[in-house]
Design a protein around this ligand. Structure first.
Ligand code: CTP
Length: 411
């Protein structure tokens, strides 16, 4: 998704500038071309040498803006060159300038000269972020289709305040950039309610032992990020997920559960007003009949674990599904994938299923990549070769849109 793409980054003057170095390093390693503009105050936090070293290219500052050494005006050249423009950290000052169309430095002149999608990642002290003027400016930019936003999260800030204003994490910024490059900012799911399940469930024997599976939640999270980038109102219901994926973005609602029973309750309470439900969670099939609420000593552990079936959540949703709702399942398979996936699609009354091989290298549990065959009720198929889980998510969302449109056209 990033290979050979031209990514322009504007760094503002805030301590979160150091986190952008990680973004630059990742983008370069992923094969993107990266150019960086530092504002005058950004240079107080990180140096042009740092970003030039990471991006393998000269970093630009206001000093370059006023030099005639680049032939064509630098802000025009950079603006035309960029496929996408990230501004991070976005300070209160630059935010205000963007709101009013001011252009008094290299960064803001390049914004005005450019046409590509712009991703904004603000970072501020809580009082600054919550200031009425800052919030008014931020809201105004939300209504402008040129700008795409990564709202700041809540956490410990460099001013020792625990509150909102913390810049989105590098992982989230990178994911958003990739989504924007894929969609070019099209919000084709605007206002649609999508419920996504992800991660594995755990069925406890006692407080420290459980039956589980190796799911990390990466697939569900990629779906949640892709759908919210396309304008959907996303609810992400997930089992325990890998620590490196945390914190989750405040850009969608996330609900943490542990057992299949908790997941079922959370999904059923959100399914009734969902337009689309994507069940990517690795839900347990069975649970221990008995639960002990203290840690069982080794010698008391059962040698034969008595198990009972848990509800098949997806099958239950298939029974409740209304005509306007699109129900999507994942079929984690080894060996032959299409036939069993089709059988599951029919048995659970689904619209779409992802036949997902979990015995291939670079696919399935824990991997950053995935592959599969998308199949709809009419048995139309689309093969997705190994790609990032984010790209597979976008391909699946395209496939869902195609299905929903063809259903409307055919009444
Ligand atoms: N699923 C579910 N509730 C369960 C088990 C599975 O909602 N208790 C959902 C999964 O989230 C997935 C789909 O059903 O979207 C298919 O899951 P999978 O494990 O591939 O198939 P099963 O129906 O469990 O059948 P089998 O284990 O026999 O392959």
């Amino acid at each position: 998704m990033l290979k050979s793409k031209s990514v322009l980054i504007g760094i503002g003057g805030g301590i979160a500038a150091y986190k952008v170095c990680e973004v630059i390093s990742f983008l370069f390693q992923a094969g993107a071309e990266v150019r960086v503009i530092l504002t005058e105050t950004a240079e107080q936090f990180i140096t042009p040498l740092t970003v030039a070293t990471l991006s393998r290219h000269q970093a630009y500052t206001d000093h370059d803006f006023w030099q005639a050494t680049h032939g064509r005006p630098l802000h025009i050249t950079l603006a035309e060159w960029a496929d996408i423009f990230l501004i991070a950290p976005l300070t209160a000052n630059t935010l205000a300038k963007l709101t009013y169309g001011l252009a008094d430095n290299l960064l803001t002149n390049t914004v005005i000269a450019s046409r590509c999608p712009i991703l904004l990642a603000p970072a501020m002290n809580t009082e600054m972020w919550e200031q009425a003027t800052v919030q008014r400016n931020w809201q105004q930019l939300q209504d402008n289709p040129r700008y795409h936003s990564l709202s700041p999260g809540t956490g410990l800030l460099a001013c020792d305040r625990l509150g909102s204003g913390r810049m989105a994490e590098p992982r989230e910024i990178i994911s958003s950039l990739q989504s924007l490059l894929y969609t070019q900012g099209t919000q084709d799911l605007k206002g649609k309610r999508i419920v996504i399940s992800g991660g594995g469930t755990r069925e406890h024997i006692d407080p420290v032992r459980f039956l589980g599976n190796p799911s990390t939640g990466k697939m569900g999270l990629a779906l949640a990020e892709a759908a919210s980038e396309r304008g959907a109102i996303v609810t992400f219901i997930h089992g325990p997920i890998a620590p490196e994926l945390l914190p989750l973005s405040p850009g969608y609602q996330s609900i943490a559960v542990v057992s299949a029973e908790e997941m079922e309750a959370a999904i059923l309470s959100h399914f009734f007003d969902a337009d689309i439900m994507i069940m990517s969670a690795a839900v347990a099939d069975v649970k221990p009949i008995d639960y002990c609420d203290y840690k069982l000593p080794k010698k008391e552990l059962p040698t034969n674990l008595q198990l009972e079936a848990v509800t098949d959540i997806l099958a239950k949703l298939g029974e409740q599904k209304k005509n306007h709702q699109t129900l999507v399942g994942f079929a984690a398979q080894t060996g032959e994938i299409v036939k069993p996936a089709l059988e599951k699609l029919k048995r659970k009354n689904l619209d779409i299923i992802v036949a997902n091989p979990v015995d291939k290298a670079k696919a399935g549990f824990g991997s950053n990549n995935n592959q599969g065959i998308l199949i709809n009720k009419k048995e139309e198929q689309k093969t997705i070769n190994s790609c990032s889980k984010l790209e597979l998510s976008h391909q699946l969302l395209d496939f869902i849109n195609h299905w929903r449109h063809s259903k409307i056209e055919n009444g």
